[in-house]
Ligand binder design. Structure first.
Ligand SMILES: NC(=O)c1ccc[n+]([C@@H]2O[C@H](COP(=O)([O-])OP(=O)(O)OC[C@H]3O[C@@H](n4cnc5c(N)ncnc54)[C@H](OP(=O)(O)O)[C@@H]3O)[C@@H](O)[C@H]2O)c1
Length: 285
């Protein structure tokens, strides 16, 4: 089986390469090979007579606040870029695995503290989420052979190239520098280790799960403050850390206060604390 990974130098992309099953031939693509917004290049690389069975798209413009300032770019990459991939996949009969986000939901389930499942109705509240949801709608309406994989609050050893790092690395860097940490304690999510997510994505593909939407994250949930405390505990670092309300850090983009995902479809990655433990082992020790 030949599988193209787009965004192969990102944090999820690198872990997809590391966890690829032996029987898979991975064809990695970085932005230098082609930009997903360049329709001609997308067709040349994905539908130009080359046999590719599956395309995994990890590429996105996912700096949430920057998306508010640059909505054109958000829709160009996260929606129009996805249409290019969809059309190339449709032409060549290729399966598309597309990574989407917990930010397609509005967070109103905070009241019940129930996770968002695959059949909950999205209602994104910022441009990043709206542009990613538009990408999902394009896939659902133009393609038959697809997996839309929604995940949440990703961190991996490589760090997000699009964000210049990730939350655990920021916490560890500040703590080591002796900076006091004031972390939001009233926004909740499921931190997800990209290595485990990559394994979940391979499971989906290799076991030929039915096409459709999948939520793939760890289980449980926490606030960013609780996540930071656990990062410090597992890394064995003492720091001056204080919980604060999100209103103390005004941002350009509104964020869902509750973006906890759950699945009814059978792939979960185990408790988020275990994912973090593996990350600390690989990244810090
Ligand atoms: N990070 C999170 O917390 C989070 C949460 C939920 C869902 N997601 C989704 O998960 C996916 C992967 O996230 P990640 O954290 O692994 O991101 P990442 O580390 O920033 O990786 C994204 C990769 O895509 C490439 N890329 C960006 N724009 C491109 C374009 N127009 N054409 C071709 N390649 C492009 C980047 O290349 P360069 O290195 O050249 O920029 C990078 O290699 C994204 O789709 C994101 O929406 C992320």
């Amino acid at each position: 089986m030949r599988v193209a990974v787009i965004g192969s130098n990102g944090q999820l992309g690198q872990d997809l390469l590391k966890t690829a099953p032996a029987e898979v031939e991975v064809i990695p693509f970085t932005r230098k090979d082609f930009d997903i917004t360049d329709r001609a290049k997308v067709f040349e690389n994905l539908a130009g007579g080359r046999t590719i069975d599956v395309v995994i798209n990890t590429a996105a413009f996912h700096k949430t606040d920057a998306c508010e300032e640059e909505p054109d770019k958000a829709f160009l990459v996260n929606s129009a870029g996805v249409k290019n991939l969809v059309d190339a996949c449709a032409l060549s009969g290729t399966v598309l695995v597309h990574i989407s986000t917990d930010y397609v939901f509005d967070g109103k389930k905070l009241e019940s503290r129930e996770p968002y499942f695959e059949d909950d109705a999205p209602n994104p509240i910022n441009i990043y989420g709206i542009s990613k949801y538009a990408g999902e709608i394009i896939i659902r309406n133009y393609l038959e052979k697809y997996y839309i994989v929604r995940s949440s609050s990703l961190y991996g050893v490589a760090g997000a190239s699009g964000k210049g790092g990730n939350f655990p690395y920021t916490i560890l860097k500040k703590a080591k520098a002796g900076e006091p940490l004031r972390i939001i304690d009233d926004i909740f999510m499921v931190p997800t280790h990209t290595y485990d997510l990559a394994e979940g994505i391979w499971k989906l593909i290799m076991n030929s799960f039915p096409y459709g939407i999948y939520h793939i994250t760890h289980t449980g949930y926490c606030s960013w403050y609780e996540f930071a405390k656990k990062i410090l505990e597992y890394a064995g670092i003492k720091a001056d850390i204080e919980p604060v309300e999100y209103t103390e850090f005004p941002t350009r983009a509104k964020r869902p206060l509750w973006s906890v995902l759950g699945t009814k479809k059978g792939i979960d990655l185990g408790p988020w604390e275990e994912g973090l433990g593996k990350f600390i082992e690989r990244a810090v020790r």
